[in-house]
Design a protein around this ligand. Structure first.
Ligand SMILES: N[C@@H](CCC(=O)N[C@@H](CS)C(=O)NCC(=O)O)C(=O)O
Length: 200
């Protein structure tokens, strides 16, 4: 399997993290986002949305981190990470939606604006992030993992940009349950960390 990757992308990192946890080897193809390589072939031909990550497995070309995580879970993770029961799969999938919407347009965009010049309305990223972290903290005060009392795709999908929120100017010290949850994920077997963005 080949992963088209940008080293500081949390959406790419969640795929690398999950593949590492499952011990699935990935051939990493680095793409320089800052040089706009993702807007030119071969990337623009593999993904018309010109976004990373993109995974290639044989004839299959997949864009979108959530879809790629589901593919890896179904192919290599059995029932553990993405269960098939109606309520269980829905509970886990709620967080795939939260990662794609609230996290992407909150802390991920705040970090992108801070370090990579992404255009962003900072009042909007703050508002989305405040609501997200307040809700997440309350949720995690009442449970150890996001759903099903065990690590699932929900935790993997949410992790990279929540853990990297301080790089977007979001202080996590007032969220003890979120900090505890980050530590739990860091302690999973075969965990790999996303590299910190270099200071300007
Ligand atoms: N929903 C997509 C979002 C992907 C995405 O936003 N990728 C960013 C890198 S983290 C990207 O390629 N941005 C390029 C651009 O916006 O020009 C996913 O989860 O994979």
């Amino acid at each position: 399997m080949r992963l088209f990757d940008y080293v500081w992308s949390g959406n790419c990192h969640k795929v690398k993290l999950f593949a590492s946890i499952l011990s699935v080897p990935l051939e990493i193809v680095p793409v320089d986002l800052l040089a706009a390589e993702h807007t030119r072939p071969p990337l623009s031909e593999l993904n018309a949305f010109c976004e990373l990550p993109v995974l290639i497995d044989g004839d299959l070309v997949l864009r979108d981190s959530a879809a790629i995580l589901i593919y890896l879970a179904r192919r290599h993770g059995g029932e553990d990470w993405y269960p098939s029961g109606a309520s269980d799969v829905a509970l886990v999938s709620q967080w795939l939606g939260t990662a794609a919407a609230n996290v992407n347009f909150g802390p991920a965009l705040a970090r992108g604006a801070e370090h990579f010049g992404y255009p962003a309305d900072r009042a909007m990223t703050s508002r989305i992030s405040d609501r997200l972290f307040f809700a997440l903290e309350g949720h995690l005060q009442r449970r150890r993992w996001l759903e099903l009392n065990r690590p699932t795709l929900a935790d993997i999908a949410m992790f990279p940009y929540v853990a990297a929120a301080p790089e977007g100017g979001i202080n996590l010290t007032t969220f003890p349950a979120i900090q505890r949850w980050i530590k739990q994920i860091e302690e999973l077997p075969h965990f790999i960390a996303m590299p910190k963005v270099p200071s300007p």
